[in-house]
Design a binder for this molecule. Structure first.
Ligand SMILES: [Zn+2]
Length: 85
């Protein structure tokens, strides 16, 4: 008997969005329509669900400025303290 056919295949399928699409989804850079599409896919695809957290370690550095990012509310707080009278 051959059971290999019944096993779930844990790999990308043709329906899977590209890694760059998943990354853009993660970084909330996709349009609402695409977000909906990716969400729908993530609901059924175990592989992409597993890939998504991995993409967090794969942040592109190219477009990033060298300065560390400061959360905007923290920055406002810092500025209000610095320029206090
Ligand atoms: Zn997938």
């Amino acid at each position: 008997m051959n059971h290999s056919q019944t096993q779930l295949t844990f790999r990308k399928t043709a329906a899977c969005p590209a890694s760059s699409t998943l990354l853009a989804y993660r970084m909330e850079k996709l349009s609402r329509k695409l977000v909906a599409t990716v969400k729908k896919h993530l609901a059924v695809c175990e592989f992409c669900n597993a890939e998504l957290p991995l993409l967090a370690h794969h942040t592109p550095v190219r477009r990033r400025p060298r300065a560390p990012e400061i959360p905007i509310d923290l920055r406002i707080l810092a500025e209000s303290l610095l320029f206090q009278k």
